[in-house]
Design a protein around this ligand. Structure first.
Ligand SMILES: *Cc1c(COP(=O)(O)O)cnc(C)c1O
Length: 370
């Protein structure tokens, strides 16, 4: 069988192994695998299954629509969603047995009303803002909302199973300040009469570097895909295996004279007589144009640099005198253990983070899970 023209090949074995590795590091009772944004581009359903196989207890997504898709595909594990449509009534979420992150008082009222209509109490994770300035209850509202939650529990409308927050990762000191604030919220929740079984704060970075933030459960995202959340430490150094390899077939090869300009605006010219290889990947496929003249491309056992501007559908590699031919595979990134550049290399070339590199891979690129 021939390989897809453009392929993001995903190793599900790597995802399972990464979950196992991170679970061992965390040492927590529970571990959530986060598969939002189509599993950071790796396929949400496939990634969720691989993560559960690797020892995750539950799955986290951003939206309910992502949770519905997992349920429709037969994923029966506990699912938590925390980004909601402002006018959601939450009946469909509860019918699909989706746990809900709740971030403000009025949202809690709507979830409780849905819980009253449903056959079982809504399973709620209260989100508190401990300093990230994004989603979550403000400290001034904690006592009032915790008391309201206790009343809803008493009436059988909800069950508060979790209390959670999210770190900024700015510095160890900043993270520890958030840990202290989170502990204050947990104490207030307890005083109000909530018996929360899962406190959770750490995503991948804090799971590895801030043991104080691990509590009862960690929420593992980027790490399960084998990517490092740190600038100063590679995935390989963390014992993680990158799960995605992005490649395409070379669709044209031409021999050109010295000083041949390449692609829009002629930002690149060949130094001498040379061979140009054309790769059918561009910003339409999520390959950032910011990596023009910089992004690494592996062909055979050599790594080259993108020549000239990355276009919507294509990029060019100057392979010099190397015997590259049509049909050879150009690997943009993968597992560095195979010699491939890393998603982090592309992030550096594009001025962004590895998260964005894998998550933005577009719909024309065929995902395979061999
Ligand atoms: C995305 C997300 C995570 C996972 O973060 P990583 O850095 O990818 O591990 C965890 N918790 C929340 C609330 C998130 O939005």
């Amino acid at each position: 069988m021939s390989r897809p023209l453009r392929e993001a090949r995903i190793s599900l074995g790597a995802i399972s192994a990464n979950v196992e590795t991170l679970r061992r590091i965390a040492g927590t009772e529970y571990a959530m695998a986060v598969v939002k944004a189509d599993g950071y581009g790796h396929g949400a359903v496939q990634s969720a299954r691989a993560a559960l196989e690797g020892g995750a207890d539950c799955i986290g997504v951003a939206d309910a629509s992502e949770a519905f898709a997992l349920r429709a595909a037969g994923v029966t594990a506990p699912l938590l969603a925390w980004i909601h449509n402002p006018d959601s009534a939450f009946d469909a979420e509860l019918a699909a047995d989706i746990e809900l992150g709740v971030s403000y008082a009025e949202q809690l009222e709507r979830v409780a009303a849905a819980g009253a209509r449903a056959s079982a109490p809504a399973r709620v994770h209260l989100k508190v803002d401990t300093g990230l300035g994004r989603n979550g209850l403000e400290a001034a509202d904690w006592e009032r909302v915790f008391e309201a939650a206790v009343e809803h529990e008493r009436r059988g409308r909800i069950r508060v199973v979790g209390l959670f927050s999210h770190l900024s990762g700015t510095s160890r000191a900043d993270d520890l300040a958030q840990v202290a604030t989170f502990e204050r919220a947990a104490a207030l929740a307890k005083d109000a009469g909530l018996a929360v079984e899962r406190l959770h704060l750490a995503a991948t970075a804090a799971t590895i570097r801030v043991p104080e933030a691990r509590f009862d459960m960690v929420r593992l995202g980027v790490g399960i895909y084998g990517l490092s959340p740190f600038d100063d430490t590679t995935a390989t150094e963390l014992g993680l295996r990158p799960a995605m390899e992005l490649s395409a077939a070379i669709i044209s090869v031409k021999r050109v004279p010295a000083n041949t300009p390449v692609s829009y605006n002629y930002t690149y010219r060949t130094a001498g007589e040379s061979t140009l290889a054309l790769v059918p990947l561009g910003y339409g496929d999520g390959i950032s144009r910011h990596a023009s003249d910089r992004g690494p491309v592996r062909i055979g056992d050599k790594t080259y640099t993108v020549a000239g501007r990355i276009a919507m559908d294509q990029l060019v590699v100057d392979v010099g005198d190397d015997p590259v031919k049509i049909g050879d595979r150009a690997v943009l990134f993968g597992d560095p253990a195979t010699g491939a550049p890393s998603a982090a290399d592309w992030a550096a070339a594009a001025g962004t983070i590895n998260y964005e590199i894998v998550t933005r891979i577009g719909g024309r690129v065929e995902r395979t899970w061999p």
